[in-house]
Write a protein that binds this ligand. Structure first.
Ligand SMILES: [Zn+2]
Ligand SMILES: [Zn+2]
Length: 343
């Protein structure tokens, strides 16, 4: 089969490799139809994150057709249109038994190679995954949109953790892909003011069309502007979808006393935290990692056209052009958002 192999630092080859085979009774062979490029693939391809050690076939956001199944598989059959979780969880550890599959002790992320493991991913014609992480694509969700189920579910997980109440004012810091998906989900759950903050005017314009009431270009006045929009208090809830010191500080500053901050971005491994502001204003800070059960919700919203994916898909290109699109994304060319590779 053909595969887009990361075989060096920022270097790809479009190669022939053997079709992976089913080696356990619960495994499913999927013929990949579409796989989208994640920011973590783009950041990882230069070796800086330690999570894409070459050689590795990346890709953890994908959709396809079931091609063959192991003898124990019951949920899906050859010919079914499917997507799958980006995380292979064991289903048996302490966390899996609590339903916290995103925290699985034996978790392996598809398309990732790090010190602990290497798990080839979906930038290839075929992929084998266990049945428990597979979800059928509903009618009306095509392969291109289906490949974006994973980021929609990532946003849905953050939304679940935030426990919004219907009148909450919400601040979203960062209007990249996940920020814009979160914005749309938040819009479905609150009638309160949604304020989106970013440093990119084009993305803010998009945020406005996707449900933000107010968009702010980040500067020194951002904090006071947010206060002015929220009865002088600050927002009830904030989502941080960048992961840098400045943006976390902006999210903290934009919250009211007793407000909740859900942290999704993690670009910087560590930052300085305005600790006194968090403690003395009794803020509730929490991290949100990956997905734990939000796939059905994500697919339901996509099938009902409650999430608009088209404005955030910048390009659909054939897999063999993958190297070119990775390089363009790496160089931040032309405000590209999501690039989906097709087979
Ligand atoms: Zn991803
Ligand atoms: Zn587990």
């Amino acid at each position: 089969m053909k595969a887009l192999l990361l075989d060096g630092i920022r270097h790809f080859s479009y190669v022939d490799v053997p079709i992976p085979s089913i080696t356990a009774s619960d495994q499913v062979l999927i013929q990949i139809k579409a796989a989208s490029i994640c920011g973590s693939d783009v950041h990882g391809m230069d070796g800086s994150t330690g999570r894409r050690i070459p050689p590795i076939i990346m890709g953890h956001e994908a959709s396809g057709i079931v091609s063959a199944v192991g003898p124990g598989v019951r949920k899906v059959a050859p010919g079914d249109r499917v997507t799958f979780d980006s995380t292979i969880y064991c289903g048996e550890c302490f966390y899996c038994r609590r339903g916290e599959v995103n925290l699985c002790d034996n978790r392996r992320v598809i398309g990732v190679s790090c010190q602990e493991y290497k798990q080839d991913g979906a930038f290839a014609e075929y992929l084998v995954v266990p049945e428990r992480i597979i979800y059928p694509l509903p009618e009306g969700v095509d392969f291109i949109h289906g490949a974006l189920t994973e980021p929609v579910a990532v946003a849905a997980h953050a939304l679940t953790l935030a426990r919004l109440t219907p009148g909450d004012t919400v601040l979203i810091v960062g209007t990249g892909l996940i920020g814009l998906l979160l914005l749309q989900l938040v819009r479905l759950h609150t009638s309160g003011t949604i304020i989106a903050v970013d440093i990119d005017e084009k993305r803010l314009a998009l945020a406005k069309t996707l449900g933000a009431d107010v968009t702010l270009l980040a500067d020194k006045e951002t904090g006071s502007r947010i206060k002015a929009l929220t009865h002088g208090r600050g927002a009830d809830q904030a989502f941080e979808v960048v992961g840098s010191e400045k943006t976390v500080a902006a999210a903290i500053e934009g919250l009211r006393k007793g407000g909740r901050l859900t942290l999704v971005g993690n670009l910087s491994p560590s930052i300085n935290l305005p600790l006194q502001s968090v403690v003395t204003r009794q803020l509730d800070l929490q991290g949100s990692c990956a997905i734990a059960g939000e796939y059905p919700l994500a697919l339901e919203l996509m099938a009902a056209h409650k999430i608009n994916l088209d404005p955030i898909i910048s390009k659909v290109a054939p897999l063999k052009e993958g190297a070119l699109w990775f390089e363009r994304l790496y160089n931040r060319e032309g405000g590209l958002m999501k690039v989906v590779l097709e087979l």
